[in-house]
Design a protein around this ligand. Sequence first.
Ligand code: PLP
Length: 397
Amino acid sequence: MQLAERLSQLGTETAFAVSAEAAQHVAKGNKVYPFHLGDMNIKTPQNIIDATYQAMQDGKTGYCPNYGIPALREALAADINKSHGTQYAMENVAIQPGGKPSIGKFVLALMNPGDEALYPNPGYPIYESQIQFHGGVAVPYSYHEGADNFELDIDELEKKITPKTKLLILNDLQNPMGAESGPEQLQAIAELVKKHDLFVLCDEAYFEIRYEGKSISLASFEGMEDRCMILYTFSKKYAMTGWRLGASIGPKEVVDVIAKLNVNDESCSNHFIQYGAIEALTGDQSGHEEILAILKERRDKAVEILNSIPGVKCYSPNATFYLFPNVTGLMKSKGLTDYEAFRKAALEETGVSFCTRRHFGSPMEGETEYYIRFAYSGIDTDQIEEGLTKFKEWAEK
Ligand code: PLP
């Protein structure tokens, strides 16, 4: 079998390999504390399930328009306008089977082979994969440890821009770091985008997974509505990861191309789930509020224990369901400099399963600190306490 040469450029999410390893560990009769995958063990709110079931009963089981059903596109445009202060209409929305498809379609719609695209590293691994797979040059930028948050160095970002740079991928409220930029930083990014004539993918997967304060979108800044495409997803806000529903929201010209890609890829997104999504956006929000309350409790417990471990330093991000503790001291005390050796030792000795910085890209030049990522979306508070207490005991040994 001779597979296509272009496949050598296709990356993957190596977090799934950690999942497989954790499953093997369980199969051998061990207990695992799953902090590795950003999936959720919280049920989708009942009103969304009911509305979806009703749509199935009503026969919404055939194909629907490639753009998505008009009522959902309208509801989503209205919802985003309310939170972002934007002026989107139905024509600016193309429904997708999840948030992830917006990444590859965005790249396909706007990048020519040889163009440079900036993406965060550490970051969601699909950015680099899709840029390279479609013949672009993936240029990483990073966030740095600040006083109480990971921060973007705008000057450093600008230095990476060349005449060939076409795209910027921005995942503010970031996976894996939980990093978030303030209004001044976003304003500075908006200026860069205009100055260098860039187009931006605003990956807002975690825009509504927020415990304190208010999320701000780059798309809300002057002139940005024409230069941003928002990746929207129902996955996290409403605990709907397995339903696969999201949207690409941006300038009509780009949305039309993306809808054409929909025709080529999947024809349309699941029809009846789109009725559940209308209920999600316009119906009772207590389910979403409950999800946030559960996640916040988990975050606080995990941060408390992690920060009590010698050699570990962990911020408490206001958004996302990830923690990105600095474990440089702990790894040193264990005599380890290899991420995989550290991860495997922790799994073997404590059952605590997590991803490391390496699952989110290759370390950047000059990077000396070590980080791991804990996702607390798929593990209950009592299990967080039990697992991280074991992790702490092992760390202190
Ligand atoms: N973007 C980021 C930063 C993510 O972390 C994820 C999922 O973990 C996605 C996009 C894709 O989400 P989904 O396809 O489940 O909507």
